[in-house]
Design a protein. Structure first.
Length: 125
């Protein structure tokens, strides 16, 4: 009797496990202001969105490149990466988790957190 082929736990990893790996990779690479947004029940693009910043175009591209490499190496998961050549805003689509890595001023301009995060009451008067 033949069993199912052994997998690299790529497709078996839950979106929460994938999210944990992504956050760890971003922290290892000194990404700044890491924000995770739960998208479950809001959209079909994924279960989570992660937004972070790098200090320069070079760091933004390096964070994205290392994340994609780690996910492939550790989980066998191939991520689509867009925008790495410019380094202003890199999108890493893992299927279950979408990661946006920005230079700070580009992140401020697009303000994705405000679009996707739950509404929070302001404490300012």
């Amino acid at each position: 009797m033949t069993g199912a082929p052994a997998r690299n736990s790529a497709q078996d990893a839950t979106s929460e496990e994938l999210l944990d790996r992504i956050i760890a990779s971003l922290q290892d690479d000194k990404a700044e202001e890491i924000v995770q947004i739960d998208l479950r029940g809001k959209t079909a693009i994924g279960d989570y969105m992660v937004i972070c910043s790098g200090r320069s175009s070079r760091q933004v591209a390096a964070i994205a490149e290392k994340l994609a490499k780690r996910l492939k190496q550790d989980l066998g998961r191939v991520a689509r990466v867009e925008g790495k050549d410019a380094g202003d805003w890199v999108l890493i689509d893992t299927g279950d988790v979408v990661v946006h890595t920005f230079r700070p001023e580009v992140r401020e301009f697009y303000q994705l957190e405000k679009m996707w995060a739950p509404t929070v009451a302001s404490t300012e008067s």
